[in-house]
Structures are given as C-alpha cells and as structure tokens.
Design a binder for this molecule. Structure first.
Ligand code: NAD
Length: 327
C-alpha cells in the first residue's frame, strides 16, 4: 500500500484525491493547502488529516506526493518532495518559465526520470488506443497528426493574467500529445486571435492554431479555442499511408436522435476535464503506482515537461511576433 499526500486542494487536487482514495494499492494519508478551508473540506471528505505547509508533507511518512498547487509553486514542491525521498506526480506545466523548469530538471539529475508530470491525456483510453494502433502499423506510415482541443468557456481574466498564456496553460497538453505521436519538435508556427476583449486585455489569445514540424520532417496541427459553445471538444486524427484513425468526442450515452430538424444528433459531449478525463486520471495514477512499486522511472516525466514548455515558449514568440520559430 502506497501512502499518498495531495498538495493543493483545488480543482485538480480533488480529482487526484478521489483517484487515490479509490485505488486498491493506494492510501490517501494527508492533504496540504495553506487555505485552511480548502484543506479541511477535502480532508474531511476522506476522513484524513491535513496540514497547511508543504514542509510538513515532506517531513511526514507518506511515500508519494501528488502536486496540484498553483504552477509557480511546482518546482519548489517537486524539489522539496524529492529531497525528502518521496516519489512525485506533479501537475502540468513544470513551471511557467523555461529556465525554472530546466533548473528543476538539472537539480533533479537522474531523479528527473522518476518524477511524473500530469500529461493525463496520454492515458485517456481513446487516445491511448489511437497511439497503440498507430504504433502497431494499422495506418501504415504516420504522415500527419491533428489535435482539436477546445474549452467550453474561458477562465476568468484574473486567472489568464497569471497563467503564462494559452500556449503554456492549455496547449501544453497538445504539445505533449504531438511529441508523443511525432517525436521532438524542431519548428513552430503559431497564430492567435481574440473573440473575447477581456482576454485580449489580459495579453492573451482565446483562439489559436499551431503548426509544428517534427525532427523527421512530419507535420502536426493543433486547433484550440476557449469559447466552444457545444462543450469540451477533444478530438484527434492520425493520418497515414494506409488510412486514418479518428478519435471523436464522448457523450454520456450512445443514443442518437433523428427528427425533422436533425439527424444523427447525440446528447451533449462530456462537460469538462473532470468528466472527460476521469479514466485518464485514474490510469495515470495506476501507471505512477506501478513505477513506484517497481522502483522505476516514469513517462511522461520532467524531461517531457521541459520539452513541452520549450514548444510552448516557441509558440508564444511565434504568435506574438508573427513568424516561425525554430527550436
Ligand atoms: N492535468 C489537468 O487536466 C489539469 C487540470 C486543471 C489544472 N491543472 C494544473 O493543476 C494546477 C492547479 O490548478 P487548479 O485548477 O486545481 O487550481 P485551483 O486554484 O483550483 O487549486 C489550487 C490549490 O492550491 C492551493 N495552494 C495555494 N498555495 C499553495 C501552497 N503554497 N501550497 C499548497 N497549496 C497551495 C490553493 O489554495 C488551491 O486550493 C495548475 O498547475 C494547473 O495547470 C491540470
């Protein structure tokens, strides 16, 4: 049984706490959040103790730490937990600043392979199936890869201002996914636009398209929006020499409707990441637990986190300066 602490009792901390509490090889042992109401509420749900300082987690007897604190605290929390001998699963991105993420990787040394970064979408059963079937050669040689990722609504402008921008905050998942399929990225052309003046005023885009060239010359495309009226649009297409594999959105049931106005109409797509990726978070945790039990390395790890952040930085420069950026 692996004893877990969750640092950060916010939206994603609650998701991880639930996954840990329901995993047969895990025990939720401690919650940490300096905002006592948040800590108390989440700890109370599972009948576990809470602390207000991350240092108390590092000094405790937990085996593993899940970090769901705000991004600017990730590096401090990763380094503190690893120095205390804990295994770590940290949310994306590693940091808002590439130099800070690289410092984290360098200070960790060999341990950087053993710290998981929460690119949960790699563990989504639908996307993992596409990846496995591409790897098995079902569509011949993979030639193009496309991700469509749209959020149902933009976060508050206050969040946007401190988020590092759409490419570091949101597209980072898609950069990791493109790397997962095509390998390392060497060139990025990104374009952003705004339909929401408050996001523009916060210095960010709410619509984005990114074209990425991989080291072997293949090209990937990412389409993002923060304003998708029909919900959390999460799709991908792998196109190859012998066909294509397409992953569509999920709905809560497979029922379709036909009427005078519509045919093939389904119910709404799953609301947001808490619903759409519930299996992904569970399977991410299982992969992490397997690695802890085997005392081995994990993927995606801090190296993947740093590489995705490099792409995000390049996309930010590309979109702001209107030019392709080579990595
Ligand atoms: N993988 C995903 O699908 C996914 C989804 C959402 C968020 N995230 C990431 O998770 C992180 C948190 O995002 P969120 O949406 O849960 O934010 P949130 O604001 O809902 O939660 C953050 C929590 O951290 C707490 N906190 C603040 N300072 C702290 C400290 N010093 N020590 C410990 N806890 C502290 C806050 O009180 C809050 O409860 C971000 O890095 C974000 O990018 C990942």
């Amino acid at each position: 049984m692996i004893r877990f602490a969750v640092i950060g009792a916010g939206r994603i901390g609650q998701v991880h706490a639930r996954a840990v509490a329901s995993h047969p090889q895990a025990e939720l042992a401690l919650i940490c959040d300096p905002f006592e109401d948040n800590a108390k509420k989440l700890a109370g749900q599972y009948g576990v103790p809470y602390v207000l300082e991350a240092d108390e987690v590092f000094a405790s007897n937990v085996d593993a730490v899940i970090i769901g604190s705000p991004t600017p605290l990730h590096v401090e929390h990763i380094l503190g937990a690893v120095r205390a001998g804990k295994r770590v699963l940290c949310e994306k991105p590693v940091a808002l600043d590439l130099a800070e993420a690289e410092r984290c990787r360098d200070e960790l040394g060999a341990e950087a392979d053993r710290v998981m970064i929460g690119f949960n979408r790699r563990f989504d059963p639908t996307f993992a199936d596409v990846h496995a079937r591409v790897a098995a050669g079902e569509i011949g040689e993979l030639q193009q890869f496309t991700v469509i990722s749209r959020d149902p609504a933009a976060p508050p402008a206050g969040y946007v201002a401190g988020s590092g921008g759409i490419f570091r905050d949101m597209t980072i998942h898609d950069f990791d996914m493109v790397r997962h399929f095509l390998g390392d990225i060497v060139e990025v052309s990104a374009f952003g636009s705004n339909s929401l003046p408050e996001i523009a005023e916060a210095g960010d885009f709410d619509q984005a398209v990114v074209v990425l060239r991989a080291a072997d010359g293949r090209v990937g495309t990412i389409v993002n929006s923060r304003t998708c009226v029909y919900g959390y649009d999460q799709r991908m297409e792998a196109f190859g020499s012998a066909g294509a594999l397409t992953a569509d959105n999920l709905t809560s049931t497979a029922v379709r409707k036909a009427s005078a106005d519509v045919t093939e109409a389904r119910g709404p797509i799953l609301d947001f990441f808490l619903d759409r990726y519930v299996d992904a978070y569970r399977l991410e945790l299982s992969a992490f637990i397997d690695a802890v039990l085997a005392d081995g390395s994990v993927v995606p790890n801090v190296h993947d986190g740093v590489e995705a952040l490099k792409v995000a930085d390049a996309a930010t420069v590309s979109a702001k300066e209107g030019r392709p950026v080579k990595l």
